[in-house]
Design a protein around this ligand. Structure first.
Ligand code: PLP
Length: 390
């Protein structure tokens, strides 16, 4: 069902389920019979504490998150996590190696670079730390993003690494891993799932840290969900010692502080947490991740089929790693793209323009985009092709 006559294909902030927005609207002036809006409540109130806990519980149920993982509600988006993981996991590694370590502490941080977001994360890490190992960078290998090299070509650091980092779904480039990378089991796997969390089932226990900004499949911008294995919260005291020469972790980036305060260290993004709680309820009512995963597969299959079966559209991404959430494509005659975008806007299909760094067209088809919306786009694509391909 549409709230208005538009189909929002935006990459994030993205479409939020209509029923969620309607409920938020109905509750806007009076949250849970408090007589106040959620925006006006104290974050120390019982109502908010209940909401905070319930939202975490529902996420745990949806993703089947084991008990030895903490769910943190942080701020600053995915970009802030690019540096938070460096601080927190170096501290955890230092603890793992022992407080009385005699040799120099300089473990490599392994980065798999499959698109613009993992590239940005690696660049941010370089600002804080000098031993960054680029396991591979697809753009450097192939000239552009759109594939993932076979495992035999990965240059992982093995057990020496403090972590291995990757982005499960590259929002700009439309590249998604179709498996969880196999790495040394003693090394934590860190994953940016900003644009595909909650879209399909996966095994949380394979990860050390998972994080995701809320503004795609979780809800509204402001909240960043972090899921962290508890043993990684135990960190070396050296990191708290000003004279150690190692920078202390800023409190707002500190997973342990956030975990100790149940994410209420400072004023949290309450509205965004509230919207997430409604999205989680919506997903649970639909039948959980298994149910949405089925619809997501159908949506993506239909759209890629339309691209592959056409004479004018082409996908820049290898079939095995095509994203089910962000579908970038080009028109062979690139000068037709602006006409395509203009025509789509006239029919109410918004935000289909590709990211400014790559151009072209990109349809983001997150959980809240319906099959009906995808079919509407496909019909338009066919019509456009008929017009230009006599
Ligand atoms: N990682 C991925 C995969 C993203 O898609 C984005 C934003 O679109 C980010 C990180 C950065 O997120 P934020 O804008 O929340 O900092």
């Amino acid at each position: 069902m549409q709230t208005s006559n538009v189909w929002n294909f935006g990459p994030g902030p993205a479409k939020i389920p209509t029923s969620v927005l309607q409920r938020a609207q109905a509750e806007l002036l009076n949250y849970n019979n408090t007589g106040m809006s959620i925006m006006e409540l104290s974050h120390r109130s019982k109502e908010f504490e209940n909401l905070n806990n319930k939202t975490q519980r529902d996420l745990r149920t949806l993703l089947n998150i084991p008990n030895n993982y903490k769910i943190l509600f942080m701020q600053g988006g995915g970009n802030t996590q690019f540096s938070a993981v460096v601080y927190n996991l170096l501290a955890a590694k230092r603890h793992q190696l022992g407080e009385d370590l005699e040799e120099e502490f300089n473990p490599p941080l392994d980065y798999l670079v499959t698109g613009s977001w993992s590239s940005k994360a690696a660049e941010e890490a370089k600002k804080l730390y000098d031993n960054i190992n680029i396991v591979f960078d697809v753009k450097k290998l192939k000239g552009s993003y759109g594939s993932i090299p076979p495992k035999e070509e990965w240059k992982l650091s093995g057990s020496k690494a403090a972590y291995v980092y990757y982005c499960d779904n590259e929002t700009v480039n439309g590249v998604e891993f179709n498996h969880i990378p196999e790495i040394d089991p003693s090394v934590p796997l860190v994953c940016d799932m900003s644009s595909n969390i909650l879209s399909r089932r996966f095994d949380v226990s394979k990860f050390g840290v998972i994080y995701a900004g809320a503004q795609k499949n979780i809800g509204a911008a402001g909240l960043t969900v972090v899921i962290v294995r508890e043993d990684l919260l135990i960190r070396s005291k050296i990191f708290d010692n000003k004279n150690s020469g190692i920078p202390a972790i800023p409190s707002m980036l500190d997973y342990k502080v956030m975990a100790d305060f149940n994410s209420l260290y400072n004023t949290p993004p309450m509205v965004s947490i509230y919207i997430s709680s409604l999205v989680f309820e919506w997903l649970l009512e639909l039948g959980g991740i298994e149910a949405i995963e089925k619809t997501n597969s159908i949506k993506a299959e239909r759209l890629y089929e339309a691209i592959d079966n056409s004479k004018i559209y082409k996908s820049p991404v290898e079939k095995s790693v095509r994203s089910k959430m962000n579908v970038p494509f080009r028109i062979q005659q690139e000068e037709l793209e602006s006409e395509f975008l203009k025509g789509s806007i006239e029919l109410g299909m918004l935000q289909l323009k590709g990211h400014r760094s790559v151009g072209g067209i990109r349809a983001s088809i997150y959980n809240a985009m319906t099959l009906e919306g995808v079919d509407f786009l496909i019909e338009f694509m066919k019509e456009f092709e008929r017009k230009h391909c006599q």
